[in-house]
Structures are given as structure tokens and as C-alpha cells.
Design a protein. Structure first.
Length: 206
């Protein structure tokens, strides 16, 4: 792709670093910004910089937040003894959109994947195990993607907490095997949360 401006080329190259954005889409977005008032680009830049510099991760569940304790964890109307274990913040948003879950979350920050160099120590697993050890949890719901990596992560956590008096369940397989949680429709995802099954049962089916 030939550019008449090095400034334009640099902007397109940076935009193309975003996931799902190719060079042609990046060029279209950059040209769109050029057509807008300067203030609009400034507002976008300021919003991104402010987010990058000031955003926090909840000290309890590791969800993205503006303060130390996110709105979900600080909500006294939520059932704090019921924890839904998810891979990342997109899964929290997906489940919240179902309006079916009234507990709290624990964001792992990914899933165990040796081929990608991701081990248990690189995820927020220890803090979850500590919650269980402190008898703060009655039930863990494993809501990771139905992939080999997701199942491996579920089983690893299960082994860490199986000696403690905590119930473990997994979302019903209305979510197709191999699917990423964030792409499930809200009705299917909501029903999967409501009709969750004991985690031990999922082990027997594997």
C-alpha cells in the first residue's frame, strides 16, 4: 500500500495494530478522522490516554474498574459467596448482559495454555484459592470457554480447591464445545448460568 504522506502511513500502521483491523480498514478509519473536526480527534485521544493512565483493576475480582473495588464487588445486593470464574472482562460483560447472575466474579486474566507460554502462575488463580481457603465462598461456577485450554484451567483450579468445603459447578453445555463465551447469545448464556451442573459431572463426560 503506497502512501503520499509519512504521517498518514504512521497513523495507519498504528491503527492496524488493533485486533481485527487490517491495513484497509485502518486507512478508512484514519481518513474518517481526518475529515472530522480537530476537536473530535482530540476528544478521542484524551479519552484513550485517560483510560490508559487511570484505569484500575479491582483488588478483589480483577475486573476493570475506575476505583479500587469495582461496582459489582462493592454492591451489597450481590451474593458474595457465589463466584463466577471467567477468563477476562469481556466475559463479565457478556454474563452481566443476561441479567441472570446475582453473584460476583473472579477474572483469571486468561487460561492455561502451554503452547502460548501461559502457565497457572501468570493467571489470577492464587487469589481465588485464597478466597476459598478463607471460607468466603460457597460455590464456584466455572464459566470458561468450552475449549481444551478452558477445560484444563477448570481442572487445575478444581484440584487446588477440592479439599475445601466449596461447591463447584460449570455452566451447562448450551455453549457449544469450542466456543468462546463472549460470542454466545444472551439467552443461551443466561440459561447456561441458571442450569449449571456440578463440575464433577463434567469430568465424567470427558
Amino acid at each position: 500500500m503506497e502512501f503520499s504522506s509519512k504521517l498518514l502511513e504512521k497513523a495507519v500502521d498504528e491503527m492496524a495494530q488493533l485486533p481485527g483491523i487490517g491495513k484497509r480498514t485502518a486507512l478508512r478509519l484514519v481518513l474518517h478522522l481526518l475529515k472530522q473536526p480537530v476537536e473530535q480527534t482530540q476528544f478521542l485521544t484524551q479519552a484513550l490516554m485517560k483510560m490508559r493512565e487511570e484505569i484500575k483493576f479491582c483488588k478483589s475480582c480483577h475486573n476493570i474498574s475506575d476505583v479500587d473495588l469495582c461496582e459489582i464487588c462493592s454492591n451489597n445486593q450481590r451474593n458474595h459467596s457465589l463466584i463466577c470464574v471467567v477468563e477476562d472482562v469481556r466475559d463479565v460483560m457478556a454474563i452481566e448482559n443476561t441479567c441472570q447472575f446475582k453473584g460476583v466474579y473472579h477474572v483469571l486474566g486468561g487460561k492455561i495454555s502451554p503452547i502460548d507460554g501461559v502457565g497457572p502462575s501468570q493467571l489470577n488463580i492464587n487469589t481465588l484459592v485464597e478466597k476459598v481457603k478463607n471460607n468466603d465462598v460457597e460455590e464456584l461456577i466455572f464459566a470458561l470457554s468450552s475449549t481444551m485450554e478452558g477445560d484444563t484451567t477448570n481442572f487445575y483450579i478444581y484440584k487446588q480447591i477440592k479439599d475445601y468445603s466449596v461447591k463447584t459447578s460449570t455452566i451447562a453445555r448450551g455453549i457449544s464445545v469450542g466456543d468462546e463465551l463472549e460470542y454466545a447469545d444472551e439467552v443461551t448464556l443466561g440459561r447456561s448460568i441458571l442450569h449449571r451442573i456440578p463440575f464433577e459431572n463434567s469430568l465424567k463426560n470427558n
